[in-house]
Design a protein around this ligand. Structure first.
Ligand code: ITT
Ligand code: NA
Length: 193
């Protein structure tokens, strides 16, 4: 099966591509010749995932999926959450977002956090949803150079390394994105639509 992956984030493409199994191929927006900034104006991960998948489905009429991901920090009542990409402002890069996160957590001992990925699949005009969660904690300084986003300050439970100290295969042993993708793959393997 072929699915268009409705994302403009090449790190997501790399992680998903590394985890694909036989029988599922993804087509990137670049491969499909689509160059648009997909809107994500909503205040939940699921609503943004629906928006991204729907825009690409309406444009292409092809089966596709999207994902929206957020970092939810317990001591910050779930922030940055759905606003993870824009935490320090609409034009903020990950450096600024991480700086604001560490500032807001200064002096806070309770560091637990989770990444949550919600995938929206549009398959034969029906929507399906898959969620993956990775629990861990926020450390107080950046460590590591791999990965993207908040990886340098997040240590998943079961490891003593940040995601930014792991290659894609090792991150996949813990990651929210990989867990959500695995559910998508399991669903497709049982799908007889
Ligand atoms: P799309 O085109 O798929 O929307 P995006 O980068 O805008 O790509 P999101 O809207 O899901 O993605 O934004 C989530 C932000 O959360 C993203 O920009 C990163 O800063 C961060 N993020 C997402 N997944 C992450 C991961 O696995 N590790 C670290 N940070 C992550
Ligand atoms: Na986005």
């Amino acid at each position: 099966m072929q699915l268009i992956f409705a994302t403009n984030n090449q790190h997501k493409v790399q992680e998903i591509s590394a985890a694909l199994t036989d029988g599922l191929q993804i087509i990137t927006l670049k491969d499909a010749g689509i160059d648009i900034d997909i809107p994500e104006p909503h205040d939940t991960l699921i609503a943004n995932a629906i928006e991204k998948a729907t825009v690409i489905h309406q444009l292409t009429q092809q089966n596709c999926f999207s994902e929206d991901t957020g970092l939810e920090v317990a001591a910050l009542h779930g922030a940055p959450g759905v606003r993870s990409a824009r935490y320090a402002g609409d034009k903020a890069d990950h450096k600024k977002n991480i700086a604001l996160l560490l500032k807001n957590m200064e002096g806070i001992a309770e560091r637990s956090a989770q990444f949550k990925t919600v995938i929206c699949l549009v398959l034969n005009n029906e929507q399906y949803f898959f969620t993956g969660i990775c629990e861990g904690r926020i450390i107080d300084t950046e460590i590591g150079t791999q990965g993207f986003g908040y990886d340098a300050v997040f240590v998943p439970n079961g490891s003593n390394k940040t995601f930014a100290q792991m290659d894609i295969a090792e991150k996949g042993q813990y990651s929210h994105r990989k867990k959500a993708l695995q559910q998508l793959i399991d669903f497709l393997n049982q799908y007889h639509g």
